[in-house]
Design a binder for this molecule. Structure first.
Ligand SMILES: Cc1cc2nc3c(=O)[nH]c(=O)nc-3n(C[C@H](O)[C@H](O)[C@H](O)COP(=O)(O)O)c2cc1C
Length: 379
């Protein structure tokens, strides 16, 4: 019997739950076309905005590797070194909305059964900027986009009213989401920055604004290492660098921790997981925490720019996994989604050699009951 890879996420039908995330693999019509031909169930376009975009000189992204021999994390390629992470300071798409609009239409006409999500970004400081969000949303959905992903997450914005600066402000998260929902006819996903104290706060604000799903994570704020020989940052322009974003294997456990907080706080909501996925085993962790879809960037960039081998491995892994668990009655992703969400508990609930002596880290006073923890930590 053929395996059922399909999922329904925020009301959208996907042939499979694997998407290319908003990034270089999805920055052009030819890339997106190749991605669908390779088998990706969905694609989130490189983020589209209305403001001027001019990238820095030279490389916009590089990859860090490490090896057992030197234990260094470095952008220098050396034999035997394994991928540690990607680092980028690339801005959003430098193509205009007018450039994107006919391409969204052509891609959807060519691949009506594949899912195309338009990632969009504008400011948030005034009504004009909120209207920019609405213009981007209306144009993208008018051209056939199946959904919208609001970029509240890119880590390297100078503008205080954009990207991860929105994702750090719960008021802005809900105001912008609400503005887009006023005009949206398709599902609206909010992609949040992981760089906040408690991502549950911003997610709650997005849901208050009407978000249909939360997407997490974008890259984590980071800077490149200093080369011990030249004393220069491994990536720089005229010796200078600014904070950029870390992606790839290094962020997998960090991103899972964010996702665990989210899915535990909102077990009935929709989540799309990103961060460090290159094959099914990593995607499985996100599904088991409760994600309905997952997205990939770094691994795809390193695999012929759009990840034909990555999607092949993801699909084969899902098929194998469902085959192995047919005996458990699992027929599709929905049957095992969230199966490990409830295994994340307070530290005090974890068994220890002598639990009678442990009172959540508090002293007991002789003759009195153990004090209760004051704040229940979420994850
Ligand atoms: C070079 C580069 C450019 C990116 N551009 C965007 C973007 O325009 N919009 C966005 O939402 N995320 C962007 N991202 C973030 C990715 O979509 C993704 O969230 C992140 O890389 C983590 O996934 P990964 O570990 O699979 O790389 C970019 C990432 C990289 C490496």
């Amino acid at each position: 019997m053929p395996v059922d890879r399909s999922v329904t996420f925020t009301g959208i039908q996907f042939e499979n739950p694997f998407l290319l995330s908003s990034a270089p693999p999805t920055e052009s019509e030819s890339n997106i076309t190749r991605a669908f031909e390779a088998g990706w169930g969905g694609v989130v376009t490189k983020t589209i905005g209305l403001h001027p975009v001019v990238n820095v000189y030279g490389a916009k992204a590089k990859f860090m590797r490490t090896s057992p021999e030197d234990a260094n994390v470095s952008m220098k390629k050396r034999p035997g070194a394994a991928l540690h992470s990607s680092w980028n300071w690339e801005l959003i798409s430098d193509k205009t909305l007018e450039w994107w609009a006919p391409r969204i239409r052509r891609i959807k006409e060519a691949f009506p059964n594949r899912v195309l999500i338009a990632s969009i970004m504008a400011g948030s400081g005034n009504d004009k900027e909120l209207r920019h969000w609405q213009e981007l949303a209306e144009t993208a959905q008018g051209e056939g986009a199946d959904g919208l992903e609001l970029n509240f997450s890119c880590p390297h914005r100078d503008r205080r009213d954009m990207g991860s600066n929105i994702g750090k402000d719960q008021g802005l998260c809900s105001v912008v989401t609400e503005a887009v929902k006023e005009v949206a006819k398709v599902p609206v996903w909010c992609k949040l920055t992981p760089a906040t104290a408690d991502i549950v706060v911003e997610a709650a604000a997005c849901f208050r604004g009407g978000a249909d799903a939360i997407v997490s994570s974008n890259t984590f704020p980071s800077i490149p290492l200093i080369d011990p020989e030249t004393l220069e940052f491994e990536i720089n322009v005229d010796g200078f660098v600014s904070s950029g974003g870390l992606g790839g294997p290094a962020i997998l456990p960090l991103s899972l921790a964010k996702m665990a907080q989210l899915t535990k706080a909102f077990p009935d909501k929709n989540f799309s997981g990103i961060g460090g996925i290159s094959d099914f085993n990593q995607a499985l962790s996100y599904f088991a925490l409760g994600c309905g879809t997952v997205q990939v960037c770094t691994a795809a960039m390193l695999d012929q720019a759009i990840g034909p081998n990555v999607i092949r491995k993801l699909l084969a892994g899902l098929d194998r996994f469902l085959g192995e668990h047919a005996k458990d009655g699992w027929k599709n992703v929905e049957d095992f989604r969230g199966i490990r969400r409830d295994r994340i508990v307070l530290q005090s609930e974890i068994r220890r050699p002598d639990s009678a002596d442990y009172h959540s880290g508090y002293e007991t006073v002789e003759g009195y009951a153990a004090p209760q923890p004051e704040v229940a930590v979420r994850a």
